[in-house]
Ligand binder design. Structure first.
Ligand code: VGL
Ligand code: ZN
Length: 194
């Protein structure tokens, strides 16, 4: 729980992209329901003047994670397509830092911290405590939260601002356990201070 956001806080929105929402090519059930919750956190972040980071999956047309290449996923989030765009209702601040990942056709990057320079950028901005939501809870959110904790940030998972793809039933619950074990605080309320 947090009373107020301020100095030392940062907000990370993971992969809130059309392809991960209903109607998208790798739709997360109820994935779009994270958007209004995250919009409230974005508003709080702006009031507090804290930095907002938004990662995006940004794949070339033939990516190693795609089924046609033996990977686990249908093609998704192909660079410059509508599916790769942020959800249209997400009120991303103009000065939000965009972190693209998954651009190497031969390698996947689930974590927003994997070889992106994000941890250094956050440290340079004075971030110590990180609030994280987005998609998918059991894939890129999980990897980003675990890495963020390993990088030494005090990571808080905004549970109502995430949804699992649940490729195997129970993946979401297991991911939450993994994140907690990695040292993340699991926030079960949709609003700060509650
Ligand atoms: C993701 C599956 C494949 C994610 C990315 O953003 O959670 N999931 N690529
Ligand atoms: Zn991907």
């Amino acid at each position: 729980m947090v009373e107020q956001l301020g100095n030392g806080d940062g907000l990370l929105l993971v992969d809130v992209q059309n392809d991960f929402c209903p109607g998208g090519s790798l739709a997360v059930p109820e994935g779009d329901e994270v958007v209004p919750v995250l919009n409230r956190w974005i508003a709080l972040a702006r009031e507090a003047g804290i930095p907002v980071y938004a990662s995006r999956d940004w794949h070339p047309e033939t990516h190693i994670s795609f089924r046609e290449r033996g990977g686990p996923w249908p093609p998704h989030c192909i660079q410059e397509t509508r599916g790769a765009a942020f959800h249209p209702d997400l009120q991303l601040p103009e000065d939000a830092a965009i972190i693209s990942k998954g651009m190497d056709p031969e390698r996947d990057q689930y974590s927003a911290f994997d070889d992106t320079g994000l941890a250094e950028r956050m440290r340079d901005a004075g971030v110590e405590r990180l609030w994280v939501g987005g998609l998918a809870q059991d894939v890129c959110v999980r990897a980003s939260v675990v890495d963020g904790a390993r990088e030494g940030f005090e990571v808080h998972l905004l549970l109502p601002a995430t949804r699992p793809v649940d490729a195997t039933p129970g993946d979401g619950d297991r991911a939450v356990e993994d994140m907690q074990e990695a040292g993340a605080v699991i926030e079960r309320s949709a609003e700060p201070g509650k």
